[in-house]
Design a protein. Structure first.
Length: 367
């Protein structure tokens, strides 16, 4: 039978059993009606007027009334039972079930309306947060309008659920597509930024290099001289500045032409790079036929030895232009860094040493 077992474990979300109803009568029709009332009460739920427990108690009372014709319950919960024993009030039972079903319908419709309102507000809010102008905005807006139309219509909850799931799936697909598009755009942007950085780095190097000799130019030298001077001043490491000038370079230009002079400059630049190959060595074209070399972590004794090596290397340069050999020599001035003086003094000392080498007969060095 559908009547609950006495002392059995109460199931979740089920109302508590009340006083047991007699299991059966001698009439199968009465038994079936009582069973339906028991089921009706067992699965009752709270509504605005009655709790699920109250409805269950009333259904149990009516079930007993149907089976053994006990006094039937009055219209409200907690009211005394009325009627004469042995008489069954079928009209009262009809009115009770009808009234309860109507109350349940009103309660469900009211809550369903609230759900519609909440869902409608959610759709409106979601539509407002869509960023205007973004790709897919129109499609998402159309999907939300479609769902709002269904919510506002007098359709079933199942239809709303079905439409909502479809719209959610479509919006999810559009969102994933947008994310893929954004990721692709970000990757393209990252590649473009990387390419621009490489181009800027190359352009910066070109701005720092002398176009003819591919050595550093005067601007790069001025910046590097200041950096090295300040660093070595703090670290107390030795450094030497060499200022080099090609001897009688104007005569080379006058006798052989500027193309020949450019060839000599390039040959000399290669010779400097080979004599000062360390990464810490800084070789630059200072202007015209003048060059400068910053030798870091280098004492004046070592700098002198390197300068002599450069003198020998330049003497060994063989420059031929239009079948004629051009002889090349240089003069070198050397100045050791003094942290007690300014960087401009360092440069002036190297220039003064170069002047003394020129005055001493060229093709030599001076300190």
């Amino acid at each position: 039978m559908l009547w609950g077992k006495k002392g059995g474990k109460k199931q979740p979300n089920q109302v508590q059993e009340t006083t047991p109803v007699p299991l059966a009568s001698d009439d199968p029709g009465l038994d079936a009606t009582a069973d339906l009332l028991r089921i009706f009460g067992k699965f009752a739920f709270d509504i605005d007027q009655y709790s699920a427990q109250t409805i269950n108690e009333m259904c149990q009372q009516w079930a007993r009334h149907v089976l053994i014709a006990t006094p039937y319950p009055n219209s409200g919960p907690g009211d005394a039972t009325i009627g004469t024993v042995g008489e069954r009030n079928w009209q009262g039972l009809h009115d009770f079930v009808t009234d309860l079903r109507q109350r349940e319908k009103i309660y469900v419709n009211s809550n369903f309306k609230e759900i519609r309102n909440v869902l409608g507000d959610f759709i409106d809010t979601l539509g407002k947060v869509i960023v205007e102008g973004e790709e897919g905005q129109t499609e998402i807006g159309d999907q939300l309008n479609r769902l709002r139309t269904v919510v506002d219509s007098n359709t079933s909850l199942e239809a709303i659920k079905r439409e909502a799931m479809q719209v959610i799936g479509t919006i999810g697909h559009l969102t994933e597509e947008r994310q893929r598009t954004h990721r692709h755009a970000l990757e393209q942007l990252a590649d473009k930024i990387k390419s621009m950085r490489e181009e800027l780095s190359a352009a910066r190097r070109e701005l720092e290099l002398d176009a003819l000799t591919q050595l550093y130019n005067r601007k790069a030298f001025d910046q590097q001289l200041l950096r090295i001077f300040e660093f070595n001043k703090l670290s107390s490491q030795p450094a030497c500045l060499l200022m080099v000038d090609l001897d009688r370079f104007k005569q080379i230009n006058d006798q052989f032409g500027h193309l020949a002079g450019d060839l000599v400059l390039r040959k000399f630049a290669d010779c400097c790079a080979q004599t000062f190959p360390r990464r810490s060595d800084f070789v630059a074209r200072y202007g015209g036929e003048e060059f400068v070399i910053i030798a870091q972590e280098t004492s004046v004794e070592v700098a002198t030895m390197l300068a002599e090596r450069l003198l020998r290397a330049v003497r060994g340069i063989r420059v031929y232009y239009e079948g004629k050999e051009i002889s090349v020599t240089v003069s070198i001035g050397i100045a050791e860094m003094d942290p007690q003086h300014d960087w401009s003094d360092w440069l002036h000392q190297a220039d003064s040493a170069l002047y003394r080498a020129k005055q001493g007969g060229r093709d030599r060095l001076a300190l």
